[in-house]
Design a protein. Sequence first.
Length: 309
Amino acid sequence: MSKKSVQIVEVGLRDGLQNEKATVSVPERIELAKRLAEAGSKRMELGAFVRADWVPQMAGSKEVIDGVFALVRGKSMPSKIEFSALVPNERGLEMALETGIKEIAVFGAASETFSKKNINCTIEESFEKFAAVIKVAKKKKIKVRGYLSCCFGCPFEGDIDEKKVVELTKRLIKMGCYEVSIGDTIGIAHPGQVKSLFAKLKRAVPVKKLAGHFHDTRGTALVNILTAYEMGVRVFDSSLGGLGGCPYAPGSAGNVATEEVVFMFEGMGVSTGLDLELLIEANHWMSGVMKKELTSRLSKAGLPVAGPV
């Protein structure tokens, strides 16, 4: 990856849809993956192997992955895309392995209360589960990505100690995560926090192992991403149209919209490899599927008219 490029991890099919009230069908999710691939997406999270009674929106994740892989084999989708799925425990990993997927993600929190409410276990208990999952994944040569939520603040505990975030990030990497996504899952961070936390993280772990995951609840996601980029981060999570949210963040506007992140970076001369026009088309198609207008302001306003050459 050149100095003037970033990687965008599309999380709309998992982190986006799992926090939407509407349930999207398996064929529609496969079609969304296809449209995202056509727009140039190279890293895509397809689903989660979680209990359907807890997260009904993720039911059928195996079928989605199987369907996407069938399109790749049939050359209806590009083959050079890194697909992943979230797994909460060893049972989830077993289900993921049945699909032939080559990357999984584990999800933890920097807040004890949030961890208990969101994944029903303490931070220490969650790391015990991660250890078991990562051990098997290593044997199977499956890459593991780590998510760490509430890194900038918690809806229950308030401020989060930056030292705690650094220590948990170090633990995830030491356990075998090739990358840790530092999450502002309730959309509370401001650039000063982003600069401060990533400065500490960079002293503890290689910056190439860090990613940024910012929600746009308070309209600060893009400036936070830009700040993280200026700190050396080159991987960012986003969701088409801003799909998603957080059940514990009142008024949450969801993940930062993929097309808005792309618009910002491409305007700066930083390559994302993504086609804005196709992303906007995918947004409008998905709005029809969801039967609501997605929150992305760019897709509402459209691309600006190009000036004279």
